[in-house]
Design a protein around this ligand. Structure first.
Ligand SMILES: Nc1ncnc2c1ncn2[C@@H]1O[C@H](COP(=O)(O)OP(=O)(O)OP(=O)(O)O)[C@@H](O)[C@H]1O
Ligand SMILES: [Mg+2]
Length: 251
């Protein structure tokens, strides 16, 4: 028997950066072990929604909670992994190795002197192993392919044994083969390791095949669908008009 336990709750959340409201009275709940895909057109507030869930933005009204705690009072940030949009562009020129990048996320656990002990080293090795990047530990981050970098960012979150990982368009610029590997990795994190996943993506067709739930953002609202019964073609028609065809493509 699976016991439901809440990971994220949004209650009557309304938000806009200025006088334009982007989200109005949004309600939804993510339970432990679910895999959510967040879809919607450019500028529909997908990234904004993640930032609200993470407490990086404050709703104008309503509440966001993590594990039942209002996000403003939440302190167990080690349990949360977040890979922001365009993280790879930002890090490309950074002169750190894969191992250094992954280790750096352990800093909050390292104590006053910031030394890595055997336990920390093992965590880093394990994380790189899970994402299949242990052979690249000494490589500079800028010398990896886009798909490989994405795996390193996932390893970086894994050193803290997160309970939930938020990813904002992790697959932009990643080819079909690497996408396939990425989804295999997601399945491992989700099904075997029990990590709840929240992923923003534009690839509606693929997302609906891989996730358990779909949240469609647009026109101030958020519509939640069970991924099993979600019809991507109908959804695209509803936002882009009748002539839209679903295209499976690499970015
Ligand atoms: N810091 C900000 N200040 C003011 N407006 C903002 C800010 N960040 C985003 N916006 C605006 O809010 C709207 C939603 O932005 P958001 O980044 O959440 O969209 P998105 O759905 O993630 O889009 P994309 O698919 O392009 O990533 C956009 O119109 C954007 O221009
Ligand atoms: Mg975005």
């Amino acid at each position: 028997m699976t016991v439901l336990s809440e990971v994220i709750t949004l209650h009557n959340v309304t938000f806009g950066y200025d006088e334009i409201t982007l989200l109005r009275d949004v309600n939804f709940q993510v339970q432990h072990g679910e895999f959510w895909g967040i879809v919607g057109p450019n500028g529909s507030a997908k990234s904004t929604l993640l930032k609200l869930m993470l407490g990086l933005l404050k709703p104008q009204s309503g509440t966001c909670s993590l594990f039942g705690t209002p996000v403003g009072e939440f302190r167990k940030w080690d349990q949360i992994g977040y890979i922001p949009q365009n993280v790879r562009e930002f890090n490309m020129g950074f002169p750190a190795t894969v191992k250094e990048m992954v280790s750096a996320n352990l800093i909050s656990q390292m104590g006053a002197f910031k030394w890595m002990n055997a336990h920390h080293r093992k965590k880093v090795e394990e994380a790189l192993h899970i994402v299949g990047m242990e052979a690249y530990a000494a490589r500079r981050i800028g010398q990896l392919s886009g798909g490989q970098q994405q795996r390193v960012f996932i390893a970086r979150t894994l050193v803290n044994s997160p309970k939930v990982i938020f990813m904002d368009e992790p697959l932009v610029g990643v080819d079909v083969e690497s996408q396939e590997k990425f989804y295999e990795l997601m399945e491992k994190l989700n099904r075997q390791m029990g990590i709840t996943l929240i992923m923003v993506s534009h690839d509606i067709g693929v997302v609906s095949e891989r996730t358990s739930h779909i949240a469609c953002v647009g026109k101030e609202k958020l519509f939640v669908h069970d991924a099993n019964t979600f019809n991507p073609e109908e959804y695209l028609e509803s936002i882009y008009g009748e002539k839209t065809r679903l295209v499976h493509h690499a970015h």
